[in-house]
Write a protein that binds this ligand. Structure first.
Ligand code: ADP
Ligand code: MG
Ligand code: ZN
Length: 503
C-alpha cells in the first residue's frame, strides 16, 4: 500500500505514449420516502437496524413489491440523460454472498435495464463541452452496511469483529454506466470530474436524490485503461471504487493513468481488478480481482412483475425534466445582464431560485437580487444557515420591495421590517401597520418638524437663506431623526428649502 514502491510515469509522458479510456459507474440513492421493495423508511442516520422488515431482511416467505416512485425517478433520470426508456423489462437476481446483503442475492437489472443509450454533454473548465455516451441506467437495491471493529483502519483486515446495519438494505439505487469514454486524451481526468459534476447537478435539479457524496448517496467508480497511441483495441481496465468527492474523481483517474503507464512501459500487464482510492495521498491500491458477469448467475427475478411503463406516463414525465442547471445559469446571467463575478456570487450563496421566486411574486430582478444577494446573504452567513433556511419567504421579500416602491416605507425602514420578519413578528405589511412604521408623508406633520428644526438651528437656517443649500443636510437629518427615520428624505429636503425661500 505504500506509495513509495509504486512507480508513476510523468503525466506528459503518459499522454505522449498512451490514449486513456474511461468508464464511469455512478450509483445514486434515490430520496424516496420508502425502500425499493418494501415500505421501510429510508432516512439517513437512524439507529442501526430500526428501519427493517421481513422483505429487506430477506426472511423466508417475504415478497417484494416495486416502489412506483422509484420507477418514476428512474425514468426521469433516463429522460434527462437522453436515454430511451425500455417499454418492458424485468428485474434480475444477481447472486453473491455478502453479509450486508441478507438475501444472498441483490435484486438488480441485467440485460433489460429501464434506460439505455443516452448521452450527456458536459461542460469543461474552458467552457467547451464534451459528449459522454450513456450505456444504461438501471434500478437496483442498496446493500446494508458492515462496520469492522477493533482494527486500526476500519477495514476487515485486523478487525476483531463486524457489526451489521441493515437500514440501508433495500434503499432504491440507480446505477448509471457510461459507454467507454475515448478521445479525451490529456483531459481525461477533467472529463471524469466534469461528468460526475454535471450528472450530480442534473440529479439534484430533478429532485430525485440528495446527491451527498460524503453520505454515500452518490458513489462513483472510475474505470481506467490505457492503449498505446494508434492502437485499436482497448487495454485492460481497473475499477477504482467509491471515489467520494468530485476532486477525488480527477485525482484517482490521473493516478491510475500514471501508474498503469509505468507498468505497461516496463513490460508489465494490468490486472482487471477493483482498486481502493486513498483520500489521504490520492493513491489507489489493489482490491479484489474482478468477477465476470457469469459469476453472478443472473436470472430474471421471479417474485416481481416486469416493469412496463406506458408511453403516456413516460411522455408526461418528459414534461417534468428541467433545463440543465448550467444552461439555466447561462441564460439567467444573460437575462439579468450580470457580470460573471456578480452572478457567481449569487450562485455561491444559493440565491438563484429565491430571486426567481421573488420576481414571480411581482418584484423587480434588481431589487430581489439586492435583498437576497446582499443583506439577507449577510444575515444567513451570520446565522450559519443557508439563504433558503432563513425564516423569510420570497413572497415576504417581494412584499417589502413593493412597500418601498409604493413609498409606504423608505429603504432604511425596509431593512428594519425585514429584520422583524426574520424575528418572527409576522408579515411585512402587518409589521408596518402594527409598529406604525409607515412613511410620514403628511406634509403638515413634516412641516411642523421642519420649522422646529430650523428654529433650533438659527445659524444654519441663515446659511440656507443666503443660498448655501448644502447646509440643509443637517436640518434634513434632524427631521429624519425626529420622525424615527420614517420620513421621505427627499420630500423633507424640498420642504426645508421652501421654508428658507431657497428652492
Ligand atoms: P462491471 O460490472 O465490471 O463494473 P460495467 O459494465 O458495469 O462493468 O461497467 C464497466 C465500465 O467500464 C463501463 O462504463 C464501460 O463503458 C467501461 N469500460 C469497458 N471497457 C473498458 C476499458 N477497456 N477501459 C475503460 N473503461 C472500460
Ligand atoms: Mg458495474
Ligand atoms: Zn423493509
Amino acid at each position: 500500500m505504500s506509495a513509495a514502491t509504486v512507480e508513476l510515469m510523468d503525466y506528459a509522458d503518459v499522454i505522449a505514449r498512451f490514449e486513456p479510456v474511461l468508464g464511469m459507474e455512478v450509483h445514486v440513492e434515490l430520496s424516496t420516502a420508502t425502500k425499493m421493495f418494501c415500505g421501510c423508511p429510508t432516512e439517513f442516520g437512524a439507529e442501526p437496524n430500526t428501519q427493517v422488515c421481513p422483505v429487506c431482511l430477506g426472511l423466508p416467505g417475504s415478497l417484494p413489491v416495486v416502489n412506483e416512485k422509484a420507477v418514476e425517478s428512474a425514468i426521469r433520470i433516463g429522460l434527462a440523460l437522453n436515454c430511451s426508456i425500455t417499454p418492458w423489462g424485468r428485474f434480475a437476481r444477481k447472486n453473491y454472498f455478502y453479509p450486508d446483503q441478507p438475501k444472498n442475492y441483490q435484486i438488480s437489472q441485467y440485460d433489460e435495464p429501464i434506460c439505455g443509450n443516452g448521452h450527456l454533454d458536459v461542460l469543461l473548465d474552458d467552457g467547451s463541452t464534451f459528449r459522454v455516451e450513456i450505456e444504461r441506467a438501471h434500478m437496483e437495491e442498496d446493500t446494508g452496511k458492515s462496520l469492522h471493529v477493533g482494527g486500526a483502519t476500519g477495514r476487515i483486515h485486523g478487525a476483531s469483529h463486524s457489526l451489521l446495519d441493515y437500514n440501508r438494505a433495500g434503499v432504491p439505487l440507480i446505477e448509471i454506466v457510461t459507454k467507454p469514454i475515448t478521445g479525451a486524451g490529456d483531459r481525461a481526468p477533467e472529463v471524469a470530474r466534469a461528468y460526475v459534476t454535471a450528472l450530480r447537478e442534473v440529479l439534484k435539479s430533478l429532485g430525485v436524490s440528495d446527491v451527498k457524496m460524503e453520505q454515500g448517496s452518490l458513489r462513483c467508480d472510475a474505470n481506467v485503461s490505457l492503449m498505446p497511441i494508434g492502437a485499436k483495441e482497448f487495454g485492460t481496465r481497473t475499477e477504482t471504487k467509491n471515489v467520494n468527492s468530485l476532486r477525488s474523481v480527477e485525482v484517482a483517474v490521473r493516478y491510475e493513468m500514471r501508474r498503469q503507464a509505468a507498468v505497461l512501459a516496463n513490460g508489465g500487464t494490468i490486472l482487471q481488478e477493483t482498486r481502493h482510492f486513498h483520500e489521504t495521498d490520492g493513491s489507489t491500491s489493489p482490491g479484489r480481482v474482478k468477477e465476470t458477469s457469469e459469476d453472478y448467475r443472473y436470472f430474471p427475478e421471479p417474485d416481481l412483475e416486469p416493469v412496463a411503463p406506458d408511453a403516456e406516463w413516460i411522455e408526461s414525465l418528459r414534461g417534468t425534466i428541467p433545463e440543465y442547471p448550467w444552461l439555466r445559469r447561462a441564460r439567467l446571467q444573460a437575462e439579468w445582464g450580470l457580470s460573471p463575478e456578480v452572478f457567481r456570487d449569487l450562485v455561491n450563496v444559493g440565491a438563484l431560485d429565491l430571486i426567481i421566486a421573488t420576481v414571480d411574486e411581482g418584484a423587480s430582478v434588481d431589487a430581489a437580487r439586492a435583498w437576497w444577494g446582499n443583506s439577507l446573504a449577510a444575515t444567513a452567513k451570520e446565522r450559519e444557515v443557508s439563504l433558503a433556511e432563513l425564516p423569510i419567504t420570497p413572497g415576504q421579500v417581494a412584499e417589502v420591495i413593493k412597500l418601498v416602491e409604493a413609498k409606504t416605507i423608505n429603504s432604511k425602514v425596509a431593512k428594519q421590517v425585514v429584520d422583524l420578519v426574520l424575528a418572527g413578528e409576522g408579515a411585512p405589511a402587518q409589521i408596518v401597520e402594527a409598529k406604525g412604521l409607515g412613511m410620514v408623508s403628511d406634509d403638515s406633520a413634516l412641516q411642523t418638524e421642519v420649522e422646529k428644526a430650523l428654529a433650533a438651528n438659527p445659524d444654519i437656517a441663515d446659511k440656507i437663506r443666503s443660498g448655501k443649500v448644502q447646509a440643509a443636510g443637517k436640518i434634513v437629518g434632524d427631521v429624519m431623526k425626529a420622525t424615527r427615520g420614517q420620513a421621505d428624505a427627499a420630500r423633507v429636503r424640498e420642504l426645508v428649502l421652501a421654508a428658507c425661500g431657497a428652492s
